[in-house]
Design a protein around this ligand. Structure first.
Ligand code: NAP
Length: 496
């Protein structure tokens, strides 16, 4: 029996109060097609209330010593831990990812809470010698004020923790717009913040569409930072709008990630990793493997082994523990995948497995797509260049290590890459030359850990990182402080 929500309609969380909104829309379980809950469609006056609450609350929060701010995040971590199973089950219902992966995603939030709470006793700046006598110099992190967070549906809780926890520990207040497809994790996390004793207004959740609520965040003059994860089209527009206002913006966007399989690779391990990276979360991860760049010497063997292993993938409702591949988020996602299958065929890639939507019997009510394998793709094909965001992977044969690196780097994105080889020289050359923000050796393209920086190069981002200590750079300003205790006017660069 699936865990049920205690409400049929969610409310915004503004200034510590649950505020109902008259307009709403249904949230559907992608595995069953059933409506789970109604999510508010807020308007710009709801955004205004949230921003004003955040602005007011931030003044006090910034004065709370960071180790005390951390105490709240430790409590958040313990509550997440206590509710891990409940949250995981709800996550599977709203997003579709299989329960094992949902548990992994909630665990990421728990890890983030404890990791970043530790920053409450660090938030390191620097002390440094001053160039003049009787003068002291240091740099320190200062909060920016009100932070706007906009998150996607594919990791509805983990990404929110990557952004909100560092923002909060640094003394900011947050307004958060979760994806309309997956609001339940936001509702549950807001309840946890409330129970953990976060002061009113330090986090505010405003549900609603990107074009209304998200856009209002982007254009609000009191929101000094936007931290966005989502598609490139949306990210580009947000960056342009923020650029005009000189507003700081952190973007984490799409990927076209590859596993490279060299001629000396452990093929059994590579097959396992490709399956996990390509078909886990039904390929709906920003780090999902959608290209396999394979040395021609092992191409046929790899194809055979992949096809055999794909036979064992079970597809269905992710609440069932034996299921490996869950549904696609919605019908638009299915249509996008279908159109790429046609594109791949027309471009001349060879379809080895899958390539169709599952619509019969138990699959009738949900959005299911068969795990799909193309081979003989070339690096310039659209299926080898563009993000598909579904369970589709294309094999691209290459003749050498150098060609493999070139093909990996020849896309507009730069999120994650992986290489399977047992040659130590290739390992070190690859980690130097692969131009992605994340590189794996003898592992698939997914599996980031929260204490390392997460993000990508080129079209994947704009130079910032989520998670890791680096996330603090998004949510703080560096302040340089000089204290002159000489009692005289000392002019830098002149009176030395
Ligand atoms: P999306 O359509 O860009 O939506 C992301 C968020 O932006 C949603 O909350 C959406 O709201 C909001 N939004 C839409 N239009 C907006 C606007 N004009 N102004 C402000 N906000 C707006 O992306 P998605 O389809 O949800 O997510 C999938 C994408 O995210 C993929 O490309 C994936 O690679 C990427 N992703 C990247 C990372 C990473 O760290 N690099 C991680 C996960 C996902 P509504 O949907 O509620 O309208």
């Amino acid at each position: 029996m699936a865990i049920q929500l205690e409400t049929r309609k969610l409310a915004n969380f503004i200034n510590g109060e649950w505020v109902e909104v008259s307009e709403s829309t249904g949230v559907t379980n992608p595995a069953t097609g059933e409506e789970i809950v109604q999510v508010p469609l807020s308007n710009t006056s709801d955004v205004e209330k949230a921003v004003q609450a955040a602005k007011e609350a931030q003044k006090e929060w910034a004065l709370v010593p960071a180790p005390q701010r951390a105490e709240v995040l430790y409590r958040v971590g313990y509550l997440l831990k206590e509710r891990k199973e409940r949250l995981s089950q709800l996550l599977t219902q709203e997003n579709g990812k299989v329960i094992e992966e949902a548990r992994g995603e909630v665990q990421e939030g728990i890890d983030m809470a404890f990791y970043i709470a530790g920053e409450g006793r660090r938030l390191f700046g620097q002390t440094t010698p001053a160039e003049l006598k009787n003068k002291f110099a240091m740099s320190q992190r200062a909060p920016v004020g009100v932070v706007g967070i906009i998150t996607p549906w594919n990791f509805p809780i983990a990404i929110a923790t990557w952004k909100s926890f560092p923002a909060i520990i640094a003394g900011n207040a947050v307004v958060w717009k979760p994806a309309t497809e997956t609001p339940i994790m936001a509702y549950e996390l807001a309840k946890i913040f409330e129970e953990a004793g976060l002061p009113k207004g330090v986090i505010n959740v405003v549900f609603g569409s990107g074009s209304t609520v998200g856009d209002a965040f982007v254009h609000h003059t009191d929101i000094r930072v936007i931290s966005f994860t989502g598609s490139n089209d949306t990210g580009r527009n947000i960056a342009a709008a923020c650029g005009k206002q000189l507003k700081k913006v952190s973007l984490e966007m799409g990927g076209k990630n590859a596993v490279i399989v060299m001629d000396d690779a452990d093929l059994e391990l590579a097959v396992e990793a490709i399956l996990w990276s390509a078909f886990g979360t039904s390929g709906q991860r920003c780090t999902a493997c959608s290209r396999v760049i394979v040395h021609e010497a092992v191409k046929e063997t790899l194809e055979e082994r992949l096809l055999a292993a794909m036979e064992n993938l079970t597809i269905g409702n992710g609440l069932n523990e034996s299921i490996k591949v869950g549904p696609i988020i919605n019908k638009a996602g299915i249509d996008k995948i279908k159109s790429y299958i046609e594109t791949g065929k027309n471009e001349g890639a060879k379809l080895l497995a899958g390539g169709y939507e599952l619509t019969e019997g138990e699959y009738r009510q949900g959005n299911y797509f068969a795990p799909t394998l193309f081979t003989d793709a070339t690096a310039d094909m659209r299926i080898a260049q563009e993000e598909i965001f579904g369970p589709v992977v294309s094999l691209i044969p290459v003749k050498s290590f150098e060609e493999a690196i070139e093909v990996n780097n020849g896309v507009e994105y730069g999120l994650s890459s992986s290489i399977f080889t047992n040659d130590v020289n290739r390992v070190f050359k690859a980690q130097r030359d692969l131009d992605t923000g994340i590189v794996y050796v003898n592992a698939g393209t997914t599996g980031a850990e929260i204490h390392l920086p997460f993000g990508g190069t080129k079209g994947t981002g704009n130079g910032h990182r989520d998670s890791g200590v680096q996330a603090l750079d998004v949510f703080t300003e560096w302040k340089a402080v000089y204290v002159d205790y000489s009692g005289t006017l000392q002019r830098a660069q002149i009176d030395v």
